[in-house]
Design a protein around this ligand. Structure first.
Ligand SMILES: *Cc1c(COP(=O)(O)O)cnc(C)c1O
Length: 389
């Protein structure tokens, strides 16, 4: 269903690079790179503000493309410089107080968990960890049981950075709705490789990044906030874009999720990210999801057959992220050796996933993350290279 030849032509660097680092930063397809370049060229030739004026249609299309990608409304979308700040703009604006409880899971992203720790220290709310079920994913029955009258927020990560797990986000959404608890979903690793639909998932807030599976530019991210809950968040920062200075001593937030944006932003990046969302939708997220999970599973299967290699992905449903270790080889050395061969992977360190990797006694893992433009031939080459290390 996916025209791989065309897609690889749109990704010229896959000719000479074996890129299994799509969870780190993927390769931009040509239309994205060209959109980015066009704005930068205009900025250089006619001036920054003038270039922005020329790019108006594409800038506006950012909201409609993301609304259609996520099944939301355009006014529920904000452009933010990365996923962490997008998440922060919502989280730090919530009215949490002493005695409240916030539920998260060991798969939560490190920067989010640090923010939870900082705010719990400041405000005095408690953090509860929902247990994992036998697959290592969020135990939804336990979640249902642990929500009490003081539970104010469920903040979880759809796909963790350090493994192939896909958390049951829609089941969590049903429980959040049943109890009337706010639901904040970090979808940084899922948007672009999984068909993420906010109506189906039932999350109130969702954050994501541009450069990973969406194949957008670096330094770009986005935030979704459900219209009906927007007034439950007091944006932690304010400026001339997010608010209107209505009288000398008064202001109002602008309508919709744009109150979470910054006046100054990376215009070329926004246009590039819009183009990336469009590119992904032209291929079809359902098609992408099928191909990515199938490629990743065949990589897992092939790695598991090698003597001395262990694969560490949790979850009943798995995605394009494959984590493994080779006996006697430091994952950093594994990544460096592969890089010398123009094979790109990442390393997931325990220090950036303590709640998950520490109890499993995993100091570091090699992370190979595939995308739809990768091929079975590349998997064979990769597995051969890993064998040689
Ligand atoms: C990468 C990542 C983030 C952070 O994204 P940035 O755009 O780098 O801020 C958040 N959550 C998860 C699960 C990630 O993998």
């Amino acid at each position: 269903m996916i025209d791989i030849d065309k897609i690889r032509k749109d990704t010229p660097s896959c000719e000479n690079t074996l890129h299994f680092n799509n969870a780190g930063s993927s390769l931009m397809p040509t239309p994205v790179f060209e959109a980015l370049q066009e704005v930068l060229r205009d900025e250089n030739e006619v001036g920054g503000y003038e270039a922005e004026r020329r790019a108006q249609d594409s800038i506006q299309a950012f909201y409609t493309e993301f609304a259609s990608l996520l099944n939301a409304e355009p006014d529920e979308i904000a452009f933010v410089e990365n996923a962490t700040r997008a998440w922060d703009m919502a989280f730090y604006g919530l009215h949490l107080k002493h005695g409240d409880r916030v539920i998260t899971h060991v798969s939560e992203y490190a920067s989010n968990y640090l923010a939870l720790l900082q705010q719990s220290r400041r405000l005095g709310f408690e953090i509860d960890l929902v247990p994992s079920d036998e697959y290592g994913q969020i135990d939804v029955d336990a979640l249902d049981d642990m929500i009490g009258p003081r539970t104010k927020l469920i903040a979880i990560t759809h796909v963790p950075t350090q493994g192939g797990l896909v958390n049951p986000a829609a089941k969590v959404g049903k429980i959040a709705k049943k109890h009337g608890v706010l639901y904040l979903l970090d979808a940084c690793q899922s948007v672009g490789q999984i068909d993420v639909n906010v109506a189906e998932i039932g999350c109130d807030i969702l954050s994501g990044t541009g450069r990973k599976f969406l194949r957008g530019p670096r330094g770009t991210g986005f935030l979704y906030v459900r219209r009906s809950i927007i007034n439950q968040i007091d944006p932690p920062f304010i400026d001339l874009l997010s608010a209107k200075w209505t009288e000398a001593n008064n202001f109002e937030f602008v309508d919709g999720a744009r109150r979470f944006e910054n006046w100054e932003s990376y215009v070329a990046g926004r246009v590039g990210l819009m183009e990336a969302a469009r590119y992904a939708q032209n291929i079809g997220l359902a098609n992408i999801e099928t191909r990515v999970s199938e490629l990743a599973q065949s990589l897992r299967d092939a790695l598991s057959e090698i003597q001395g290699i262990s694969v560490h992905d949790l979850g009943q449903k798995k995605c394009g992220i494959v984590t493994f270790k080779k006996e006697g080889i430091d994952p950093k050395v594994m990544a460096e050796t592969l890089r010398a061969d123009r094979i790109n992977v990442s390393v997931s360190q325990m220090t950036s996933a303590r709640l998950d990797l520490e109890p499993r006694n995993l100091k570091a893992l090699t992370r190979a993350s595939v995308h739809y433009f990768n091929t079975h031939e590349e998997i064979v080459r990769f597995v051969e290279a890993v064998k040689q290390v």
